[in-house]
Design a protein around this ligand. Structure first.
Ligand SMILES: [Zn+2]
Length: 176
């Protein structure tokens, strides 16, 4: 049996005792989260969220891409979320390769150069990556300045979240 057939069987069992059919569309906790797709991070469990509580936007790296911005803007303006959370994590696969290296390998092996994806958004430093993602959200003119945007690193060994403080403009160069 394929893995997909296997999970479809699980869904039959799930649907038999399903009780969440009355949930409203807007997230009950008014929270939107951008998180890495890493299989070791179950965002709902890590944050005590239930079905219907939050929007969870996931991609490789937990990157605020054009598409993540699209979702956040819809999440706030159409579905009422009021706080945004960005979650990266320790041991992220995106720390283990470089955009150019994967692009070159795929171009060579397939013989095809592509326009999309334009970038893979690999990064070398977790904290500064989280700060960059927070900055992309905070600086977007369609996202109101009063929306809290907080960033965290999830430790895949302990399950703990550590907050990454936003850099103040004046403190962009760390003091020595
Ligand atoms: Zn990751």
């Amino acid at each position: 049996m394929s893995i997909i057939d296997d999970v479809l069987k699980s869904n039959e069992t799930y649907a038999r005792s399903f009780t969440l059919g009355q949930l409203a569309m807007p997230p009950a906790r008014k929270l939107a989260i951008v998180a890495c797709m890493d299989a070791r991070l179950t965002v709902e469990q890590a944050l005590g969220l239930k079905t219907g509580d939050a929007h969870i936007i996931r991609n490789a790296g937990g990157i605020v891409t054009e598409d993540a911005l699209r979702s956040l803007i819809i999440s706030h303006h159409k579905l009422g979320t009021q706080e945004f959370l960005i979650i990266n994590h320790t041991d992220c696969g995106m720390l283990t390769f470089k955009d150019e290296e994967l692009r070159a390998r795929l171009q060579t092996s397939t013989g095809a150069a592509v326009v999309s994806p334009a970038r893979f958004y690999t990064f070398g430093d977790l904290e500064s990556n989280v700060r960059q993602q927070m900055q992309k959200v905070k600086s977007h003119p369609w996202i109101p300045g009063e929306i809290p945007v907080r960033g965290f690193i999830y430790d895949v060994k302990t399950g703990k979240l550590k907050e990454v403080g936003a850099l103040k403009a004046a403190a962009a160069t760390p003091p020595r």
